[in-house]
Design a protein around this ligand. Structure first.
Ligand code: ZN
Length: 228
């Protein structure tokens, strides 16, 4: 395959940004020209050209897996420093299936859950805020992936915040659902959680966007494939 700008031969479409212009030449084009070509490509092709470069479900799942392992490790560390152990020591574990015992010690059990939820929120925010500030969680950084606008250009904070809220709303409802004991919050939590799980599998579709990507107008790319 030959690039119409530099005339270099490339082994596959992988090295091209448009069907006829290689990635290196495309990067050197003026922004107006890049945008014009994108518009043209979208007109020619119902599926956005950049879908070609989007990272699919497998790698994204890998990044999520790394994040979950890290979250769990930091969560355990946070619990260690939270005073949880003192409360656990004051519980008779032999009685954990004894309903009368649990009812009689409700205060301690609430305190344990309160500590667990606070530690979870704290851990989550520390590890996931990079998704907004740096356009990628730690798992994505390790796998050299980055969140960007669906057309491969860098995503602004506005899009990253929308995406973050759409993806993690279930988690952010978790604490209020516990502390404010309103039934609708529990249902909201369950609905948001299930729709997020289903939404993640949307990344299996040809557009390779999870539901939260569609809402925010983002997609995930390899860092090297991003347009500046
Ligand atoms: Zn070229």
């Amino acid at each position: 395959m030959k690039c119409e700008k530099c005339g270099n031969e490339y082994p596959s479409q992988y090295f091209f940004t448009t069907p006829t212009i290689c990635t290196e030449c495309f990067k050197r084009l003026p922004v107006e020209e890049q945008q014009r070509l994108f518009t043209q490509l979208q007109y020619m092709n119902p599926v956005d050209e950049s879908t070609f470069f989007r990272v699919g479900f497998g790698l994204r799942f890998g990044a999520a897996f790394i994040d979950i392992v890290l979250l769990y490790i930091v969560y355990l560390i946070a619990l260690k420093f939270s005073g949880l152990e003192t409360h656990l020591e004051s519980i008779d574990r032999m009685q954990l299936f004894n309903q009368a015992y649990i009812l009689a010690n409700m205060e301690i059990f609430y305190e344990i859950i309160r500590i667990a939820i606070t530690a979870a929120l704290f851990t989550f925010l520390i590890l996931m805020i990079p998704e907004i500030l740096l356009a990628g969680s730690i798992g994505k950084f390790i796998l050299k992936l980055r969140i960007a606008s669906a057309n491969r250009t860098p995503a602004g904070y506005y899009k990253l915040i929308i995406r973050f809220l759409a993806k993690h709303a279930w988690f952010l409802v978790l604490a209020p659902a516990y502390f404010v004991k309103a039934e609708f919050l529990s249902w909201l939590f369950i609905i948001l959680f299930l729709s997020t799980i289903v939404g993640c599998f949307y990344a299996l579709s040809p557009k390779a966007q999870a539901f939260h990507d569609m809402l925010a107008g983002t997609a995930v790319f390899r860092t090297r494939d991003l347009l500046k």
